[in-house]
Design a protein around this ligand. Structure first.
Ligand code: 6PG
Length: 245
């Protein structure tokens, strides 16, 4: 696994780097094939989506991208909590991506049924390596508690599940979530971990500098075995990590 830590002054610079990585990879996709991308929820991903829509709406071959999600809240698609709604409003409605290229997790469905259904959808529409679907590009956010996707501390069994998607539960709100597991996350060709703002600085440092109990954090388990891991941070999120010296 190749890992790089990239620190930016602001979200626009971070988003420009993100977009250029996408453009570079999509250019290598043979004619007739698709680039599979799993989106994340969260405030940093949302800011990146908005920047992509504003600055790269006509520079990315959106018709070559198939859009999936790494996790979703178990709510209806029009609910303000929905990751699908957030991505739709901040990016997908603003760029020329065919609706048939978008494969949302049905947050309104029965959670365990949907986890299985969506695993089948991903298996059907994302090419596999060693019988595990391999996303070309996976976005991840970092929770203040070290969670990623919807795998929360204390629930690492979801990361090591043999399934592709599992039902998770938010530890405070008890909201059900559908989440990709480590089996899928660590299979991706490229994983982009996005974090911005002061509130992320402690967790970023805990994970990157392997501070006390770092190994108990889901975010610490993200190691795309045959891929690249990009940490994309703004200066505030990186302010406590030794890598920023
Ligand atoms: C979700 C996300 C989650 C998110 C982190 C960071 O459904 O909420 O997938 O993993 O990326 O919680 O979110 P913030 O950047 O908003 O803190």
């Amino acid at each position: 696994m190749e890992k790089s830590i990239n620190i930016f002054e602001n979200i626009d610079d971070l988003s420009t780097f993100f977009a250029r990585q996408l453009i570079k990879r999509i250019q290598n996709i043979p004619e007739g094939q698709f680039f599979s991308m799993a989106l994340s929820g969260g405030s940093t991903p949302k800011a990146v989506f908005q920047s992509l829509a504003l600055n790269f709406g006509n520079q990315i071959a959106w018709g070559k991208i198939r859009i999936f999600w790494g996790d979703e809240r178990c709510v209806a698609p029009e609910n303000k909590e929905s990751n699908y709604r957030m991505a739709k409003e901040s990016l997908l409605d603003q760029v020329p991506i065919p609706v048939n290229n978008i494969f949302r997790i049905k947050g309104e469905a029965n959670p365990s049924y949907e986890a299985d259904r969506y695993a089948k959808v991903v298996s059907q529409h994302v090419s596999s390596q060693n019988n595990i679907p391999q996303f070309d590009f996976m976005m991840l956010g970092l929770g203040d508690d070290g969670h990623t996707a919807s795998i929360f501390p204390g629930n690492l069994r979801l990361f090591s599940s043999d399934k592709l998607f599992e039902v998770a539960e938010h530890p405070q709100t008890k909201q059900k979530r559908i989440t990709a597991t480590g089996k899928l996350i660590n299979q991706a060709l490229t994983v982009a971990f996005l974090a911005s703002g002061d509130s992320k600085s402690v967790m970023v440092s805990t994970v990157l500098d392997r501070k006390k109990e770092w190994e108990k954090l889901p975010a610490s388990l993200v190691h795309p075995k045959n891929g690249e891991l990009f940490w994309l941070l703004d200066e505030k999120a990186a302010s406590k990590t030794q890598k920023f010296r």
